[in-house]
Design a protein around this ligand. Structure first.
Ligand SMILES: [Zn+2]
Length: 230
């Protein structure tokens, strides 16, 4: 996710406008993107917002049970403030569903994703950038935002990869996502990512934005896909 929309420069706008009329190539993190701190690390929101969502929706005892099942009780006692091992995120999502089942796991994950989106909007997308994006035609704003997200994809995809395409609706793809990497119940398991995207895109493109999880590696698909409509 974007640390900030520093790409809201004249150059960025020009590049986006140049591609607005035609089909956009599948985007990936650009060569000039900030380098990951280390391979396989993701932002701490993937842990801390799950902690908050579990405590809010099911209470601290159940929260502690899920974290204990993942072997991560220490992260409840001392919430991480720096990048975390993507293996911990994968293990937490597996434990969540093992304890609560797939449907409740998705509900909790969606709440955690919303909270992550709230955090990103408050701390990583400055208010002036949001105002600028909101003033643009939505197709152009969507292109600028998704490019910024792609540049920072390592913060949520870890060792996986993020790409996007407009065909014609915006489709986001995460291959090797830590979120569902260890889930083995055969159902879609990336409500966390879908809700994060929906919160961030919704703040820019309007409340009618919907992000639908259309494929998931945990359900046997080659990768995880999300359709963004507005
Ligand atoms: Zn998935």
């Amino acid at each position: 996710m974007p640390r900030c929309i520093e790409a809201m420069t004249a150059q960025g706008l020009q590049a986006a406008r140049a591609t607005t009329a035609g089909p956009d190539p599948i985007g990936t993190a650009r060569p000039h993107a900030p380098a990951p701190a280390a391979p396989g690390l993701v932002g701490p929101n993937a842990i801390t917002r799950m902690d908050e969502a579990l405590a809010a929706l099911r209470g601290p005892i159940l929260r502690d049970r899920v974290f204990a099942a993942a072997g991560l009780s220490h992260l409840v006692r001392t919430p991480p403030t720096a990048m975390v091992d993507e293996g911990d995120v994968a293990g937490l999502h597996r434990a969540l569903r093992a304890v609560l089942g797939p449907a409740e796991g998705q509900r909790i994950s969606a709440e955690a994703g919303q909270l992550t989106g709230d955090y990103l909007l408050a701390h990583r997308i400055p208010r002036p950038a949001r105002a600028l994006l909101r003033a643009l035609p939505r197709p152009l704003a969507a292109r600028l935002l998704v490019r910024a997200i792609a540049r920072h994809a390592w913060t949520f995809a870890g060792s996986g990869s993020f790409s996007f395409r407009f065909a014609p609706s915006l489709e986001l793809t995460i291959a090797g996502s830590p979120v569902c990497r260890l889930v083995d119940d055969g159902e879609m398991a990336c409500a966390y990512s879908a809700a994060t995207f929906e919160r961030v895109f919704g703040a820019i493109l309007g409340p009618r934005v919907q992000v639908t999880e259309t494929a998931c590696a945990a359900a046997g698909d080659p990768d995880c896909r999300f359709l963004v409509t507005w």
